[in-house]
Design a protein around this ligand. Structure first.
Ligand SMILES: Nc1ncnc2c1ncn2[C@@H]1O[C@H](COP(=O)(O)OP(=O)(O)OP(=O)(O)O)[C@@H](O)[C@H]1O
Length: 259
């Protein structure tokens, strides 16, 4: 379980990106984070694993207070938080297999990580994960030979080989076509269900979020404006989060969502 208590971030420029956000994401729940540009979505995701240092407030993963950890404690804790990025963040000249195995770098000792020699159990698990994300045949290909959708599948396998408790996902489909976007969202949600993983997905595409997640959080100016089920995202709620617009074509009705 992930719990945020009054999480606040004020950047040095004075921008208050998060304002006392309280949030609990139970084990196995996939939650979409929506909101206009500048609402604080990326900041929220990055404050959880302290890529951005919160100004105040606390983040708990199960019983552990992440905000109170020393540098070495934080390194260990980050193993439990898998991250998936919009631009995949793969090492282009390495193979698919090597990219997936790099998710184990937080676990193996210095010498193994330096020489990139991984235990056989890690290699076996990497093959299993590549099979699960549909890339077994691509294990020896270089990352720069893959399509965007295939790259994101590598990014997903790399996050999962960490054996995380929570997935932090930052705009996973922003660089993908609509069909591939659905496939990637479906895959992330299926994997979270299989592994009882909590996930927070920062996503701009409201309709896509509605199709796949169980819960949506709407952020606006660093404050939670909406917390509920996807089919409760009415045009009125979207106006509250994003401002005045014709939302009828954006949202899916409850009946459609149930299909
Ligand atoms: N490194 C930084 N230094 C100063 N201000 C920042 C920094 N990063 C973000 N901000 C500010 O914090 C606020 C929230 O930004 P953030 O990137 O978290 O929003 P977002 O909802 O992810 O936006 P987008 O959807 O455009 O990615 C904005 O006002 C932004 O200008």
């Amino acid at each position: 379980m992930l719990r945020l208590e009054k999480l606040t971030k004020t950047y040095r420029t004075g921008d208050k990106a998060l304002n006392a956000v309280n949030l609990t994401v139970p084990k196995g729940q996939v939650m979409a984070l929506i909101g206009p540009s500048g609402a604080g979505k990326s900041t929220l995701i990055r404050c959880i694993n302290r890529l951005v240092e919160p100004t105040s407030g606390k983040v708990f993963l199960d019983q552990d207070d992440i905000t109170g950890l020393s540098a070495s404690g934080l390194r260990r804790m980050r193993r439990q938080m898998g991250m998936i990025f919009q631009e995949y963040a793969l090492v282009e000249r390495l193979t698919v297999m090597e990219n997936v195995l790099s998710g184990r770098l937080g676990y193996v000792g210095f010498w193994r990580s330096f020489t990139r020699r991984y235990p056989q159990a890690d290699v076996d698990e990497a093959f299993r994960l590549l099979d699960r994300v549909g890339l077994l045949e691509m294990a020896d290909k270089r990352a720069d030979e893959l399509s965007g959708g295939q790259r994101q599948r590598v990014g997903i396998a790399r996050a999962l080989i960490q054996d995380p408790k929570v997935l932090l996902v930052d705009e996973p489909t922003a660089s993908l076509d609509p069909k591939t976007s659905r496939q990637i969202m479906r895959l992330i949600c299926e994997l979270c269900a299989e592994r009882e993983l909590a996930a927070i997905i920062n996503i701009h595409d409201v309709a896509l979020a509605q199709m796949f997640v169980q819960r949506v959080i709407g952020l606006q100016k660093g404050v939670v404006q909406f917390d509920g089920k996807p089919d409760a995202l009415t045009p009125e709620v979207l106006t509250k989060i994003y401002g005045e617009e014709d939302w009828k074509e954006t949202t899916r009705s409850a009946e459609e969502a149930a299909e």
